[in-house]
Design a protein around this ligand. Sequence first.
Ligand SMILES: Cc1ncc(COP(=O)(O)O)c(C=O)c1O
Length: 645
Amino acid sequence: MPRDARDALRAWFLGPRAENADLMERLITESFRDHVFWRRNFRPEDGVTIQEVDRRQEGYEAANATLTQELMSLLAQLKRDVPFFSGRYQGHMVCEPTIAAQVGYFAAMLYNPNNVTREAGPVTTRLEFEVMEQLARMIGFDPATTWGHLTSGGTVANFEALWIARSLFYLPVAAAMAARAGAPEVSVQRPDGATVPLASMGLYELLNLRGPAALDAWDALRQAVPRTAWPDVIDRHTLAHAGYQEYTRRLARHWGDPLPDSVVLVAATAHYSWEKIVRALGIGAEQLCFVPVDRYCRIDPDALWERIEQLHARRTPILACISVCGSTEEGAVDRLDRVLEVRARAEEQLGVTFHLHADACYGGYAAAVARRPDGSHRTSAEIRASTQINWPSDDWVKSIVSLGWFDSVTIDPHKLGYAPYPAGAMLLRDRRARDLVAVEPPYLAPPGGGAHDTSFMGQFILEGSKPGAAAAAVWLGQKVLPLDERGYGYLIERTVVGAHRLYDAIMTADLSPFRAVMLPRPDLNIACFVVTHPSLSGITTLNRLNEEVFRQMSLGENGQVPDYMITRTRLTHPNYDGAVPALLPGLGLSGTEEWKACREGLVVLRSTVMDPFLAGDVGGTDHVVGYVAALRRACATAMNNVISA
Ligand SMILES: Cc1ncc(COP(=O)(O)O)c(C=O)c1O
């Protein structure tokens, strides 16, 4: 364990008892005072707008009194919020942000910059680019060819990734239509390496080109046409321009086929935002095709291969495949290396390809665990020497270092980046693809830069106005906690150690007559389990017991705070066919039929360990011990409630 990081960890957070209050107060006061000096020194010749005499008027006093009074009311209400800072909260993936990120946010918020364009946030847009460069390096993207920016969260980041993937997917079709309408002929490289003229290709072939090859062809087309002619000669053939209905008519005219169904493959553990996204993009929820997961809740690469073969047999193109690095419910990290292998095999053997996206909204920052300060990779043995537990495996490291080969990756600073909301991030491996969704309003181009100035972020992104303060928060966070083993790597390591400690404690606890049946050991920091009792039979009763335990260990409707807080999820058929059957014998449930027939699935209790102090080696209450005692009590009360219901 790096000694410096161990000590630094104690300075990174305000602390469960606000132990670092003096530090944070000093930094916030400093930020505020500095801002005041800035205002006072900015054009002093402008004079004083709010005069001292104004501040003594009745109306002023009344306004002041209202503000103070209402603030007190707000502060009182906030006491009913969730104590995410406490080791007693082990529920959702919500964290206490670092002091750095909170102070960074506060300091920049006073300036209220808008990162939609450099013109409205000259400092914080620069910080945003720096932050994205650091994240790109951490996951193995080359910052020189990457594009990335902050979003309001993972949902929007994922939306953009698929929006861009869809634009890229239809790009060869657009180029071929342009060529058929008289634009210069361009050639493209197929997945098998052959270079062929676009206009000679069938629709299915056009929808099976690698993103970079499609972009090369697009670039060649644009170079062959004067810029002023792009809208008429090229752009009008894009889906973005024509819309789905008109596009399908045009495709039928050109290829005799309407727009073929195209599917989005997702790991069955995918976050529910994916369904929103395919609905919003007009792709349709029916085209979201879930790939089963294995016993560890990771996408099953063999099932993925089978799905691709089946789709190919029906000549259904694949718009994108989404793999998960840190699933929402279990923190499972897909074997990203094996997913890449499956795509390579599909290209080689079937001529099928697709955009590969890693939803690393939750787990992305864990890439810092595998980085040394010089940027090289740590080995799994090296990391295990630091964690002193049997984590991570060689395969985990192989997976996390494979992020750099994905076409797009989303990572949320407001999750394992310990930044305040809102802060998600989207990264594209080949930055040229961002142009496919670009829109250029005349009023937002910065002076001197022209509409194509890349610091005018608003043109490439879904959102418009966006908080520069969020960029400052992430920037200061990443300055204080580097994206390697000294900073985020160490912090995340500690949370994983804490989750494993909790996992072991629940697994070995004497809860008799109850028993905890554990899901597999977590890939990250989420411990999942189901409690059972010998007298209970049937999945519905078992679910009732676990729902009751969850209720006992949740904030009450009137704000009552239990001793410990956890959360729960439901594992349903068919998405969890690979994972649930292994749990059933331990739960006394024979066969899978009952579970499959149960619409609510299997209720599973979960604890996300965002708290780095749960790993032990700190003063104060040992919350692992407290958690287990609270679980024992909750089981007993829950059982009484189930029986008496
Ligand atoms: C894996 C994953 N992707 C996407 C999201 C969506 O993120 P957000 O809630 O920031 O929109 C989440 C949220 O929990 C997630 O866990």
